[in-house]
Design a protein around this ligand. Structure first.
Ligand code: PHE
Length: 454
């Protein structure tokens, strides 16, 4: 039998686990990435392929991570070590646990910088700086701010401090207590924005962009983009779902809750699209990818609409909340490794790790000002870190995790841990994690390193 509780804490109920895991999944990726790539790569056709990817890769790997965490009830490092030992496999599998935590930490080091931007944008929108909606003004604010080393560092430090403070307070008093308000609050603000987009924006054009299926845009590349996004958005391969799984109540069905999390994540990504595009199209603005979409194009659009100052501010508050619930999940597994390995207190681990992430974040902060020149492969520090984590580490670590769960851990152990409602569900998952997911992730990984294009 797996142990009933982790020494680091436990979710009070299925519901709070759902809030935390959905909070981890819903983040900057849902708001600027998903709507854009969906529109760009074939609307409804892309959404269908993306859903398929969530089912084929996302669902099995999410369950695998949560199951490893739940069985071990420890940090990813020790959970993997315990499971490997129990299966008579090499203790080197613990390095995969390390890799999970390191990936999460690296992602947090640039995520906190972009999240810091959203804090600055809350202040600017509330002050009415974008009220005129003039492109020149918005562009100047963006350029001046992102190029200002100390301002960006200040906001990013503020965001990171809030994140680490929450982590330092622990699973129940920090993560659970704050997400109880943050998640419903975020969803409410998003719904307000969708309502605003319906009444003041060009809702029809938005719907068309997001859903009208264009099968000609559905290239091989589009399929790979969909697959890659599926595990970034679910936060797979970065320790988050594994450590959150370690805090789940023992009886809850993991396959069932993985469905709930994946559905909620996709639903929120679609809602974000329904809030964004009608607002952009109302001002005849072209959607673009990346931070430019929300930090340049969107403020112009809000500035040109009734009550734009108010709703623009609402948008950036919503964005900061979504980023916060993801950020805390990126560092929790490293904190647990430190607590177990060096027997330090949670507060100490959170403080020192906060400093380490902060030091690393300096590289990203500088990438927009003093060090925007490319370092390697035509990319600066920030772009390099984003590329290495999203395109190399997440797929590789997820691949390793699927192989570990599917081929190393013994089947009866998994059967006991998953708590699937029926045998058929278990068999389906087992086939997916052994075959489908590794093959699909292997393909994305090869394409990410340019295997097919050279
Ligand atoms: N899922 C988050 C997003 O969409 C990002 C994330 C990555 C969260 C890795 C946790 C771990 O923004």
């Amino acid at each position: 039998m797996s142990k009933a509780e982790s020494l680091h804490g436990q979710w009070r109920s299925r519901w709070t686990y759902f809030l935390a895991a959905t909070g981890s999944a819903v983040g900057l990726g849902n708001i600027w990435k998903f709507p854009y790539i969906a529109g760009e790569y074939g609307g409804g056709a892309f959404v269908l392929v993306y859903l398929l990817c969530i089912v084929v890769v996302g669902w099995p790997v999410l369950i695998a991570e949560a199951a490893i965490g739940r069985r071990g009830r420890k940090s990813p490092l020790n959970s993997m070590l315990d499971l490997a030992r129990a299966a008579g496999a090499s203790p080197h599998w613990r390095w995969l646990g390390w890799a999970h935590a390191v990936t999460g930490l690296l992602i947090l080091s640039f995520y906190t910088v972009i999240a810091g931007w959203s804090l600055f944008y809350i202040v600017e929108s509330a002050a009415g700086i974008f009220a005129t909606g003039e492109r020149a003004v918005v562009e100047r604010v963006f350029r001046d701010f992102t190029g200002d080393f100390s301002a960006v560092l200040g906001y990013s430090t503020l965001f990171l401090s809030i994140t680490m403070l929450c982590i330092g307070r622990g699973v129940e008093k920090g993560i659970e207590a704050s997400l109880r308000y943050v998640m419903p609050g975020m969803l409410a603000l998003l719904l307000v924005l969708v309502g605003y987009a319906m009444s003041s924006g060009d809702f029809e054009a938005g719907l068309r962009f997001l859903f009208a299926p264009d099968f000609s845009a559905l290239t091989v590349n589009a399929v790979l983009v969909a697959l890659g996004h599926a595990f970034f958005t679910l936060g797979l391969g970065a320790g988050a779902m594994m450590i959150y799984g370690a805090y789940t109540p023992a009886r809850m069905s993991l396959p069932r809750s993985a469905v709930d999390i994946a559905v909620a994540d996709t639903f929120i990504a679609l809602l974000a699209g329904l809030a964004l595009f009608p607002i952009l199209f109302a001002s005849d603005l072209e959607p673009q990818q990346g931070p430019g979409l929300i930090f340049l194009t969107l403020p112009i659009a809000f500035g040109n609409m009734p009550f734009g100052t108010l709703f623009g501010t609402v948008f950036f508050v919503m964005l900061a909340l979504a980023a916060y619930s993801s950020a805390i999940s990126m560092i929790e597994s490293m904190v647990t490794i430190w607590i177990e390995k060096w027997r330090v207190s949670r507060a100490f681990a959170a403080t020192v790790l906060g400093v380490i992430v902060w030091l690393l974040s300096l590289g990203t902060v500088m990438s927009f000002s003093i060090a925007h020149e490319p370092l390697l492969w035509d990319k600066n520090f920030f772009q390099l870190l984003d590329y290495i984590t999203s395109n190399l580490l997440l797929p590789l670590v997820s691949l390793g995790t699927a192989i570990f769960a599917g081929w190393v851990v013994r089947r009866p152990v998994l059967e006991e841990t998953l708590r699937a409602r029926s045998r058929a569900v278990f068999t389906l998952w087992y086939g997916a994690v052994r075959w489908l997911a590794p093959i699909a992730i292997g393909l994305v990984f090869l394409s990410a390193i340019g295997f097919f294009s050279s």
